[in-house]
Design a protein around this ligand. Structure first.
Ligand SMILES: Nc1ncnc2c1ncn2[C@@H]1O[C@H](COP(=O)(O)OP(=O)(O)OP(=O)(O)O)[C@@H](O)[C@H]1O
Ligand SMILES: [Mg+2]
Length: 243
């Protein structure tokens, strides 16, 4: 038995004339953080967009926990425990932190007349806990996400993924435009995932960041995987040499 949580088999993707993924084979295992690197246009986002249900592959298959999975839309990925955090994440700036934490999964309670209504109190209480659990210090769950810094927003997105017990957390260039301090915080989060039993996939152009927080590095070039090694058995120079 393989301990792969996600296995990607012979994945192909074409965008009209562009062959963006050319038969990608890759395993993501339990309790590891994988750094996914490669130059602009290598196919990194295409690969993770397929895993997160944003795009469909044209050929190939995805196994989750050894079973063939159909990930046709983002909701399918969420139901399989795959959570994705983008550079500009999918939060609504005009809604509170608490509301954002529960987007699409709002808890309801029954009113006197048997109607499902939003359980505001539970959302508030659970979000205070979720935020504290990832060691994020925010004034109030009622603050609007639009008032948070980029790093704090990434923190809320991570808190959301942790709260809903994702099995796999994919971060596609989550540190772009963040300050050094906020970047270090995100790197700390990636490092901490393993302790929570979550598999991390960290996409970055900064090789130093990848080597700081990942166990394995996978390099892509022109739609193919050109290197896949444990961090301890490679170097930044070697990874650069294959891109
Ligand atoms: N929606 C799209 N429509 C058409 N072509 C696309 C689309 N998305 C990506 N591509 C093309 O597919 C190839 C792979 O792009 P992708 O975004 O996966 O690269 P990437 O490795 O994430 O690059 P970056 O590091 O710049 O984010 C590129 O040639 C790109 O131009
Ligand atoms: Mg990309």
């Amino acid at each position: 038995m393989s301990d792969a949580i996600i296995s990607v088999r012979n994945l192909h993707k074409w965008y009209s004339g562009v062959h963006a993924l050319k038969g990608v084979n890759l395993d993501f295992r339990r309790n590891e953080a994988v750094g996914l690197v490669g130059d602009n246009g290598a196919g990194k986002s295409t690969l993770i967009n397929i895993l997160s249900g944003v795009y469909l592959a044209d050929e190939g298959e995805i196994l989750v926990d050894g079973r063939r999975a159909r990930i046709g839309r983002p909701r399918d990925a969420m139901n399989l425990g795959i959570e994705t955090i983008y550079q500009y994440n999918s939060m609504v700036p005009t809604m509170s932190i608490a509301r954002n934490l529960f987007i699409g999964r709002e808890p309801t309670r029954f009113s006197l007349f048997g109607m499902g209504i939003l359980d505001q109190r539970r959302m508030r209480e659970d979000s205070i806990k979720a935020i504290a659990d990832v060691d994020l210090h925010l004034r109030s769950p009622d603050a609007l996400v639009g008032e948070l810094s980029g790093g704090q927003r990434q923190g809320v997105a991570i808190a959301r993924a942790m709260h809903f017990k994702s099995k796999v957390m994919i971060l596609d260039e989550p540190t772009n435009h963040l300050s050094v301090k906020e970047t270090n915080k995100v790197i700390g989060f990636v490092r901490g995932l393993k302790a929570q039993g979550v598999t991390g996939v960290f996409i970055s152009h900064n090789m130093h960041h990848v080597f700081e927080c990942c166990d394995r590095v996978v390099a892509m070039a022109r739609g193919e995987i050109v290197l896949d090694k444990p961090i301890g058995q490679t170097s930044i120079d070697e990874v650069h040499s294959v891109l």
